[in-house]
Design a protein around this ligand. Structure first.
Ligand code: UDP
Length: 243
């Protein structure tokens, strides 16, 4: 039925992606636009799961730097991702999508608990699944949550939407002559010490051989172009020969 290059994908959106030009919280126009892109891609035939971060509200490391107990701060950060996931669920449903938030922390008056087989069933039935609360453990990030869930649900591709249109050899905001990689292997990312994801998340992707695409979602239609197989952003895939 679909001409897509990928059957099932997981899209990681940072909390900051929901903020738009605000300093904090969620910009309704921005989340609506992101939700529209997701629905459009789903209508093209893809099964789509999402992980949303919480950095637009709280990050444990930032709270700890201000004097708070780190584990408490991380619990607050994880709850922030639940808030964002509920907002995303609402935005998806306003546009006619069927969505389910599944949380790694039990909070089942507001959303479902994460149960792997149930998540897969939702996807098979045409529902969008929004994974909340990261891994459910302190000292991790939602990038790790995204890598973990993508592997668990058998996603063909992990998509990480960022504010930069891929991975560069140097920071493109500081170096006008920085060049973007179209493709990298996991070994090249490590050898060049490129900052693609945090180390735990990256190790999960590498060990599971899960392809990862880093891209900028600011351009409308980008998600669908990727699912159709276009080379947008940077693809990280495979090992170097001999390793
Ligand atoms: N967090 C956590 N464990 C996880 C995922 C997230 O403790 O498995 C906490 C952590 O404090 C983190 C915050 O939730 O800073 C928000 O997640 P993250 O920083 O990954 O959000 P993003 O940067 O993607 O917006």
């Amino acid at each position: 039925m679909s001409q897509l290059a990928y059957r099932r994908v997981l899209l990681k959106l940072s909390g900051e992606a929901l903020m738009g030009d605000e300093d904090y919280g969620i910009d309704p126009k921005v989340i609506e636009r992101l939700a529209r892109e997701v629905i459009e891609a789903q209508h093209a035939g893809a099964e789509i799961a999402l992980v949303v971060g919480g950095g637009n509200i709280f990050r444990g490391a930032g709270l700890a730097a201000g004097g708070m107990d780190r584990v408490t701060g991380d619990h607050m950060g994880m709850l922030a991702t639940v808030i964002n996931a509920l907002a995303m669920q609402d935005a998806l449903e306003k546009l006619g999508g069927k969505a389910r938030v599944m949380s790694a922390i039990k909070i089942n008056d507001v959303c479902e608990d994460y149960i792997r087989r149930r998540a897969i069933r939702h996807l098979e039935k045409g529902r969008l699944v929004v994974f909340a609360a990261g891994t459910g453990n302190p000292f991790f990030t939602t990038d790790s949550g995204a890598a973990l869930r993508a592997i668990e649900i058998g996603a063909d591709l992990l998509l990480k939407a960022t504010k930069v249109d891929g991975v560069y050899d140097r920071d493109p905001k500081k170096h006008g002559d920085a060049s973007r990689f179209d493709r990298l292997t996991y070994d090249q990312v490590i050898a060049r010490d490129l900052q693609v994801m945090d180390t735990a998340a990256f190790a999960l992707c590498r060990d599971a051989d899960l392809p990862l695409r880093i891209f900028d979602m600011a351009q409308p239609g980008t998600l669908l172009r990727i699912l159709r197989g276009e080379d947008v952003g940077t693809l990280v895939k495979g090992r170097d020969a001999g390793r």
